[in-house]
Ligand binder design. Structure first.
Ligand code: SF4
Ligand code: SF4
Ligand code: FES
Length: 260
């Protein structure tokens, strides 16, 4: 009988190794309770793995809705960290608590009556001037927004600046949770962007022309024709329609310009 050991199949070993890595569990603490969860999961998936059913604090799962603001602390680190639960992956011994909603002051206003005067913002959010320029908000923002600069712009009456700086805000409220001045930055930014969009940005002329054309009935005949088409034919028309390419010049037009 041969004593020679069987040589290992490297492919099989790699698969086994991969499974071992995929199954590696790490300890984390959710609301103070210890759980073992697979390494590599996001905080959100780890919470679900641990048995949490997320009804609040979970929305897009893609880092855009702002529903999953989370705070955590790592062992040996004095600093409280912030993250989006759907984006941040778990690390061993993290202490995690979710902040799905942060109770922040949101002013009530009738937007139709608002102008672009900075005083409108000052009146609705007088706490704007409680900002002590500590920059904690900027450090807390998972979107990398210069939150303090946007607040400074608002204080200076620069609504357009505040709107542009805060364009990527997802309303997660993490800045507000860290604010020394008790400001609800994200609600202020939303107001700034609304005023900017409705009162400051010049109207797009081509859009004005198009709305006029629609109101004058330029498309009524085409819509009436489409309404007469049977469902299957309508689907076919839709599937075969000419679609604007992903990369197209400003002057791109469909070959059939009947509907322009
Ligand atoms: S500005 Fe505030 S609310 Fe907006 S994304 Fe940043 S931390 Fe979240
Ligand atoms: S955290 Fe609050 S007080 Fe500090 S800079 Fe930001 S808005 Fe101002
Ligand atoms: S679930 Fe929407 S940002 Fe995390």
């Amino acid at each position: 009988m041969s004593t020679k050991k069987k040589s290992k199949n490297p492919a099989k070993t790699a698969v086994k190794e991969e499974k071992k890595i995929a199954a590696k569990l790490i300890p984390i603490y959710i609301m103070g309770k210890r759980y073992e969860v697979p390494e590599g999961l996001t905080i959100m998936k780890a919470m679900e793995y641990a048995g949490y059913i997320l009804i609040r604090g979970c929305g897009c799962r893609g880092g855009t809705c702002g529903a999953c603001g989370t705070v955590y602390r790592k062992p040996g680190d004095y600093k409280l960290q912030v993250a989006l639960a759907c984006q941040k992956t778990v690390e061993p011994d993290m202490y995690i608590a979710q902040i799905p909603f942060f109770p922040a002051n949101r002013a009530l206003y009738d937007f139709a009556g608002l102008t672009a005067a900075p005083e409108e913002v000052f009146k609705l959010y007088p706490e704007l001037f409680r900002c002590v320029a500590c920059n904690s908000c900027t450090k807390a923002c998972p979107q990398g927004i210069e939150v303090m600069d946007a607040i400074s712009a608002l204080k200076q009456g620069n609504i357009a600046g505040a709107a542009q700086l805060s364009f990527d805000c997802i309303q997660c409220g993490l800045c507000t949770s860290r604010c020394f001045g008790e400001l609800a930055q994200y609600h202020m930014f939303q107001l700034a962007r609304r005023i900017y969009g409705a009162r400051i940005v010049p109207r797009a002329e081509h859009l004005v022309e198009m709305v006029k054309a629609v109101n004058e009935g330029r498309y009524d005949r085409f819509l009436d024709e489409l309404k007469q088409v049977k469902e299957d034919e309508l689907k076919k028309l839709y599937q075969e329609r000419e679609v604007e390419p992903m990369v197209a010049g400003e002057d791109w037009k469909p070959e059939d310009t009947t509907y322009l």
